[in-house]
Design a protein around this ligand. Structure first.
Ligand SMILES: C[S@@+](CC[C@H](N)C(=O)[O-])C[C@H]1O[C@@H](n2cnc3c(N)ncnc32)[C@H](O)[C@@H]1O
Length: 322
């Protein structure tokens, strides 16, 4: 195993034994859902950088693979929707983290009448070699783990995601990103990498890596400030950097009419004299009604005088015409 992966595992072994409020630490609120009660220890072990759970994306019968279980906060929220033994499989290579998650699920069962610990099956497993059959799950989620991987390991991990997802299934992912490439000396800091700070890609790199892995449709759910890293704690940085976090859903589907369809919250509205406009992809834009479009379609449609396109909000809700 590479040295940096050993550092990652030892950081999370420690974080399993002693909750670490400064590790990753998003203050993203947990979903408030009827009868969902999250044990305090899971909140203290929120080592994510966003949310990968979104009721809008989930449907009954989903089978979910959660990679990097942490304290179990998100696996519990996914189990809220699946509610059957093994409906969520959670993998983690760190034995202490798996033990802690098991203990936390016992706590969760005490305060959630609907939940049984066997709803989440915890496996010893690694993102780089998932212990799961090909084409076997409809949803795969990871939160704040993949950013720790160097590029070739990241590509391996994404190839594993694509392998185990069923056609049509989706990858829910959240990671920090950086406004400009981080200095090499900081990137080489294995401890900062393990703590989800120095391995970040830029936004464009993040999306390009997902597209290159084979996802035909990528939707930006959210993008928000995550952490400011400064030369005070990291002298290898020449100046402070504001890292952001993204929440993305990427579908294992073929490319669209314009190639891979990346939705960043852009819309197109037909404002011409007719009732509507049928675009080359066959989608109909009704006059005056904004429709979500991919970045590529926005570029194509925006060249027409009778179509108004809007910029990225980084909040695509799903759906859209093209
Ligand atoms: C940043 S924490 C995120 C935990 C959880 N996803 C959350 O949102 O709270 C990373 C998790 O991934 C686990 N992990 C570390 N290396 C891994 C690997 N190679 N494959 C899968 N999980 C790994 C760690 O033990 C830890 O539980």
């Amino acid at each position: 195993m590479s040295n940096y992966l050993q550092t990652v595992e030892s950081v999370y072994e420690q974080a399993a034994l002693q909750p670490d409020a400064n590790l990753c630490c998003t203050l993203s609120p947990v979903w408030n859902l009827p009868d969902l009660h999250v044990p305090r220890i899971m909140l203290d072990m929120n080592y994510g950088c966003g949310s990968t759970v979104n009721p809008r994306d989930l449907k009954s019968g989903d089978s979910i693979l959660y990679v990097g279980v942490g304290g179990g906060l998100e696996a519990l929220q996914f189990a809220y929707f699946t509610r059957r033994p093994g409906g969520v499989i959670a993998v983690d290579p760190v034995a202490a983290m798996r033990d802690k998650a098991r203990a936390n699920f016992l706590e969760a069962a005490k305060i959630n009448a609907w939940f049984k610990p066997e709803f989440v099956r915890i496996l010893d497993g690694n993102a780089l070699n998932l212990p799961v059959e090909s084409n076997s799950v409809s949803v795969l989620a990871q939160n704040c783990l993949f950013n720790v991987f160097v590029q070739n390991d990241l590509e391996k991990a994404l190839a594993e995601v694509v392998r185990v997802l069923r056609p049509g299934g989706f990858f829910a992912t959240s990671d920090p990103i950086t406004p400009t490439p981080l200095p090499e000396a900081f990137r080489a800091d294995a401890e900062a990498r393990a703590r989800c700070l120095s391995g970040c890609q830029t936004f464009d790199e993040y999306i390009a890596t997902l597209v290159a892995a084979g996802f035909g449709r990528v939707e930006l759910r959210a993008r928000f400030p995550y952490r400011v890293v400064t030369p005070i704690e990291y002298p290898s940085l020449p100046e402070a950097v504001l890292l952001e976090s993204v929440e993305v859903v990427a579908y294992k589907v073929p490319d669209g009419f314009d190639g891979p369809a990346v939705y960043t919250g852009r819309t197109a509205t037909y404002i011409g004299a007719d009732e509507g406009y049928t675009d080359k992809a066959g989608a109909v834009l009704r006059r005056g009604i904004p429709v979500d479009v991919s970045d590529a379609a926005a570029g194509r449609l925006g060249r027409q005088a009778d179509i108004v396109v809007t910029g990225a909000t980084f909040h695509a809700r799903g759906g859209g015409c093209c």
